[in-house]
Design a protein around this ligand. Structure first.
Ligand code: GLA
Length: 385
């Protein structure tokens, strides 16, 4: 047994924040468009105990042997790198927003695959943010906390991401997908319960890790901003008519804009369909129609991400094709792209066939086998003890 540390002054609290899958609206968040994520059952747990010495001591079960120590008062972008930049960045951003941050021992555990496009970094940030707030006795509204956690990721960890991931981790509801307008930050929760409807949302991790700090994500952002400037609109998300993209002379910018405008529209269309379907209370046949509709848009979105936004990768393209051939209503890559996961929507009875088809297709190419995750729309971050 480990000796009790004399420096621990407060009992630990334990907070959990979930990962997310995004049903629709990819690369729309930083364009002020619509996104439609749902929280997963899997996520990150932060166990935090106060320390009187104003040090943060960070450990993660997923990085055994690594122990990062940093003084709260010396936190500055660039002072911590790697996985620990996310929790350290949260402490920095909270402090910078004027909230008290105490010294703390922070122990992380996660059942989310890292680099799989299911938002493990936001789950890490949000679990730590809530735990540090509890420790210091601050009550920070969740929307504000999402913005603080995003700042940690943008300015401390150096990933220029949008607001979807932190919002999903902090604001989603069980059995719902959350339509978020990334301009107004208005939220509409729409019922989404694949399980009770006899359906399944399946995440296939293609085992090609993606990294948001790499240049392509930032490049896409810059292209979208350039497109908006040329079109004379504040953001691409403020445009609803896909035809507007056709005004851009540059074929690359035209394709980027077409993706953002159409995907944001698809997010709204699916939310409207789910709201109308009303949580599958309308019978199996109607539910099938709803999922068929969503599936069609998923596949349409994949084609748009692949051809117009050019952020897909061969393993995702194969996974989408194999899932549809094996009976899925539709499928698409999720997250930032260039690696990560695919989300497929299918009748629950087709799960073994779809999983088998993907595994087989990857094996035929001698690729690392995909890993599967049940995507069950779950509650946002919460205190466990
Ligand atoms: C990553 C980012 C998000 C979002 C998606 C693409 O997950 O963290 O902010 O931009 O990519 O939709």
């Amino acid at each position: 047994m480990r000796p009790v540390r004399k420096t621990t002054v407060r009992p630990a609290c334990v907070w959990f924040a979930p990962g997310r899958a995004n049903l629709m609206g990819e690369h729309t968040d930083y364009n002020g468009g619509f996104v439609l994520p749902f929280a997963l059952a899997q996520g990150v747990t932060a166990t935090v105990a106060g320390r009187p010495d104003r040090l943060l001591v960070l450990r993660s079960k997923q990085v055994p042997g690594d122990r990062v120590t940093v003084a709260v008062d010396e936190l500055a972008p660039g002072s911590v790198t790697g996985w620990a930049a996310y929790p350290a960045g949260v402490a920095w951003a909270l402090r910078d927003a004027g909230y008290p941050v105490t010294g703390a021992a922070i122990d992380i555990d996660s059942d989310l695959p890292a680099g799989a496009g299911v938002s493990s970094s936001a789950a890490l940030e949000c679990s730590v943010a809530l735990a540090l707030c509890s420790l210091a006795g601050s009550a920070v509204p969740r929307r504000e906390l999402a913005a603080i956690a995003r700042r940690a990721e943008n300015e401390f960890a150096g990933a220029p991401t949008g607001i979807i991931d932190q919002s999903a981790a902090l604001l989603c509801q069980a059995d719902h997908a959350m339509l978020l307008d990334c301009t107004t930050m208005d939220i509409t929760q729409v019922p989404f319960r694949p399980g009770p409807d006899g359906m399944a949302a399946l995440i296939a991790d293609t085992r090609v890790p993606h990294a948001l700090v790499s240049g392509e994500y930032a490049q896409r952002r810059a292209e979208c901003e350039a497109a908006a400037r040329l079109l004379g609109v504040p953001t691409l998300g403020s445009v609803t008519d896909v035809a507007v993209a056709g005004r851009l002379a540059d074929p690359v910018l035209r394709r980027r804009a077409r993706h953002v405008i159409s995907d944001s529209g698809r997010a709204r269309a699916i939310a409207a369909e789910l709201a109308a379907a009303g949580a599958g209370t309308t019978g199996a046949e109607a539910a099938r129609g709803t999922y068929r509709f969503i599936g069609r848009l998923l596949t349409e979105a994949h084609v748009s991400l692949r051809d117009d936004f050019e952020v897909s990768w061969p393993e995702a393209d194969l996974a989408v094709d194999a899932a549809i051939a094996a009976g899925a209503f539709g499928a698409r890559m999720i997250g930032g792209g260039f690696g990560g996961s695919v989300l497929a929507l299918l009748p629950a009875g087709r799960l073994p066939a779809v999983r088998g088809a993907l595994t087989e297709a990857f094996a035929q190419r001698s690729w690392t086998p995909p890993e599967f995750l049940d995507a069950v729309p779950s509650a946002a971050a919460r205190r466990l003890s």
